[in-house]
Design a protein around this ligand. Structure first.
Ligand code: NDP
Length: 251
């Protein structure tokens, strides 16, 4: 992977950060974006992540860029290509959840989730597609969720957005396959990140108990699979959804 560049959306924290570190460990240059939502202090987190990535001796580019804004995404990708070159991998990781019983869920919350989780991924996929088609190669990995298949109560927007992301994964795999681009999704169960802190304790305890392995995933458990899908060994895997859920989906 040395000399090639990965773009990771929402890469300052959580799973995105772990993915960046694993790519950097393997010598890839890393670009990531964030938006700095109020109360998150993510700009500071982004600086820490940049420092941790640079410690692996790779080039890093990080900036604010809202994946909901198509022009901003195009500009971000063009800048990454100019600054780091050789964009070979895209990980659509940026995601939000706005939970609530569907009869109470506001349309603003619905739209926020859809705009970020699926339209954002579309913007990023389209922006790199031009580069990948021209260079006849590339890898895209989308971070979906077990909630697309086994939704909990109150996740209608989130589950619908992740199911749509799987639809995008499969159709992009069909359209970009002839250009030697693979497109896959990883569907985590419950992963120990800030996103999980928004869930009630009893939901987390149940998730642990219901998984075959009796534990939550660490962000690195997801990162290792994402990076594998970008290695030469995974070149014949496309349009697939890989569950990283400790067996939650088989119970
Ligand atoms: P985090 O909240 O730590 O990471 C989400 C990242 O997305 C943040 O860095 C956030 O940046 C970024 N982001 C949100 N909105 C936008 C936007 N409009 N433009 C750019 N960046 C944005 O959560 P996780 O690491 O847990 O989640 C990462 C992915 O994994 C998500 O897609 C999530 O749905 C998925 N997932 C997580 C699971 C879990 O248990 N944690 C389980 C299954 C899937 P900022 O803070 O600046 O907004």
């Amino acid at each position: 992977m040395r000399g090639n560049t990965v773009i990771i959306t929402g890469g300052a924290s959580g799973i995105g950060r772990a993915i960046g570190l694993e790519f950097a460990r393997r010598g890839a240059n890393v670009a990531f974006n964030y938006i700095d939502l109020p109360g998150r202090g993510i700009a500071e987190q982004a600086l820490l992540t940049e420092t941790a990535l640079r410690a692996h001796g790779v080039s890093v580019y990080a900036d604010r860029c809202d994946v909901r804004d198509q022009d901003a995404v195009r500009q971000f990708v063009a800048t990454v290509q100019a600054e780091l070159g050789s964009v070979r991998y895209l990980v659509n990781n940026a995601g939000i959840a706005r939970d609530g019983a569907l009869w109470r869920l506001g349309s603003d919350a619905w739209r926020d989730v859809m705009d970020t989780n699926i339209t954002g991924a579309f913007h990023c996929t389209q922006a790199v597609a031009a580069i990948f088609r021209e260079q006849h190669g590339g890898r895209i990995v989308n971070i979906a969720s077990i909630q697309a298949f086994q939704p909990s109560f109150g996740v209608s927007a989130y589950a619908a957005s992740k199911a749509a992301l799987i639809g995008l994964t499969r159709s992009a795999a069909v359209e970009l396959g002839p250009s030697n681009v693979t497109v896959n999704a990883v569907a985590p169960g419950y992963v120990r990140t800030e996103l999980l802190e928004t869930l009630p304790e009893d939901v987390i305890e149940r998730a642990k108990k219901d998984s075959v392995l009796g534990r939550l995933a660490e962000p690195e458990d997801v990162a290792n699979v994402v990076v594998f899908l970008c290695t030469p060994e995974a070149r014949h895997i496309t349009g697939q959804v890989i569950f990283v859920d400790g067996g939650l989906s088989i119970t």
